[in-house]
Design a protein around this ligand. Structure first.
Ligand code: ARG
Length: 462
């Protein structure tokens, strides 16, 4: 293709090297911004008409032309050209092809620099809303499951050693809380996404009396960006989003790790639905937790994108540099990954099948009520450190004789401390242990139900 087909060809005498053309082009990936590019252009045209730079007729020609192009893209009939470099020049060239000379007026008072920054923000705003909804869907599934499993007892772990019995519902609510923070963080990040670069033009602003507040209003932005140099070069919002996405992925990865452990024969706490697993081509007995494993694995790429974007920005002088074209692929991939992983979990959680008996058996095996026995002795007047020592001996006896604390006889226990009486067995049961932690944030089933109700009420208000 000859240079005169490029919108910037005026200054050039030689054609672009074919390799350089392909090397510098971004259309293969930034065509994803087409819908938002058109939305931004329509608003820009309306504003140009409002300030008298375009006539109303020109504005509606442009607007209709852009709508027709949107439809072409939608039906897959649009021909993307690498020679035209990026999504912006592809659409603009097509507009002029469709509506003639007036199409060339659209770019008045604008540059691709403020245009692309606007497009990414519009795109990301939509994606953030979708991701927010998916977080809510997963949270709702967790609340429903937690409600059904409030009375289910499992071992709680520290150091992956059995620590104290907890309600399975309580454990599920821990994941709910992580997602609650993720949702809040995204909402906060959205405020900084929702600022409009248009009007900054290439870097210094424009000589036309643009009504930036009007364009911002038309596009649903909270406000126009305050400084033109910053507006075209700021990618903080993309980094911040990727940091939010990284935290979501870290949470999902921890969640995935537990599901992978729990579905193993050694734990057997839950079954995943067949639809979320695959088999082995050689070992007929296998049912592998592929979906959680992939989610755990995919966290790495999102963390990588965060570091990639920070590194992309760290050496850039003001204002726009072509480096910024490299912001899109990591951002798009972070969006796709976090969205798909959330979707997979939101679909999977309602279909988890808890194995209540296995959880109970495991809770009975690890001396999970040892702290309850120590607290019992404290209530009888013994200092906690002494109680800890007594209970340590009781656990030793249990380990040596292959029994749980609740299976030791009263005489055996009284030999360790005469303070122990028959009422001790109430605190050594799993139910007694849970029931005793009956305060805000505790694992007593009543508290779990209260936490679920509070979470639902919070959602209703929001
Ligand atoms: N494709 C470019 C990007 O993604 C659009 C902006 C180009 N601006 C420029 N001055 N070359 O950043």
């Amino acid at each position: 293709m000859s240079t005169d087909s490029k919108p910037w060809a005026g200054r050039f005498t030689e054609a672009t090297d074919a390799f350089v053309e392909a090397f510098t082009a971004s259309v293969s990936f930034d065509k994803r911004l087409a819908r938002h590019d058109i939305e931004g252009s329509k608003a820009h045209a309306r504003m140009l008409a409002a300030i008298g730079v375009l006539t109303d007729d020109e504005c509606s020609l442009i607007s209709q032309g852009l709508d027709a192009i949107a439809a072409e893209i939608e039906r897959g009939a649009f021909e993307w050209s690498v020679q035209l470099e990026d999504v912006h020049m592809n659409i603009e060239a097509r507009l002029t092809q469709r509506i003639g000379e007036v199409g060339k007026k659209l770019h008045t008072g604008r540059s691709r620099n403020d245009q692309v920054a606007t497009d990414i923000r519009l795109y990301l705003r939509d994606e953030v809303d979708t991701i927010g909804h998916l977080i809510r869907r997963l949270q709702d599934a967790l609340l429903d499951l937690a409600e059904a499993e409030a009375d289910t007892i499992m071992p709680g772990f520290t150091h992956l050693q059995v620590a104290q019995p907890v309600s399975f519902g309580h454990h599920l609510l821990a994941w709910f809380e992580m997602l609650e923070r993720d949702h809040e963080r995204l909402g906060d990040c959205r405020k900084r996404i929702n600022v409009m670069p248009l009007g900054a033009a290439a870097l210094a602003g424009t000589t036309f009396p643009l009504d930036r507040a009007l364009t911002a209003r038309l596009l649903g932005f909270d406000r126009p960006a305050a400084n033109s140099l910053d507006a075209v070069s700021d990618r903080d919002f993309a980094i911040e989003f990727t940091a939010c996405a990284s935290l979501i992925m870290m949470h999902l990865s921890r969640f995935a790790e537990e599901l992978i452990l729990w579905t193993s024969a050694q734990f057997g706490f839950v079954d995943l639905p067949d639809a979320f697993c695959t088999g082995s081509s050689i070992m007929p007995q296998k049912k592998n937790p592929d979906v959680p494993e992939l989610v755990r694995g995919k966290s790495g790429r999102v963390f990588g994108h965060l570091v990639g974007l920070l590194t992309l920005m760290k050496g850039q002088p003001l204002a726009y540099n072509k480096d910024n074209q490299e912001d899109k692929e990591p951002l798009f991939d972070a969006v796709d990954t976090v969205r798909d992983c959330l979707r997979a979990f939101a679909d999977m959680v309602p279909n988890l099948q808890p194995r209540r008996e296995a959880m109970r058996r495991a809770a009975l095996q690890g001396y999970a009520t040892a702290t309850d026995l120590a607290d019992y002795l404290v209530r009888k007047g013994m200092p906690f450190r002494d109680a800890h020592e007594v209970v340590g001996k009781a656990v030793r006896l249990g380990v040596d004789t292959g029994r749980d604390l609740s299976e030791l006889s009263l005489e055996e226990l009284r030999r360790l401390s005469p303070d122990i009486e028959a009422d001790v067995f109430a605190v050594l049961t799993l139910e007694g242990s849970l029931e005793a932690r009956n305060h805000l944030g505790g694992t007593a089933p009543g508290q779990v139900r209260r936490a679920i109700a509070a979470a639902r009420a919070r959602r209703q208000q929001a």
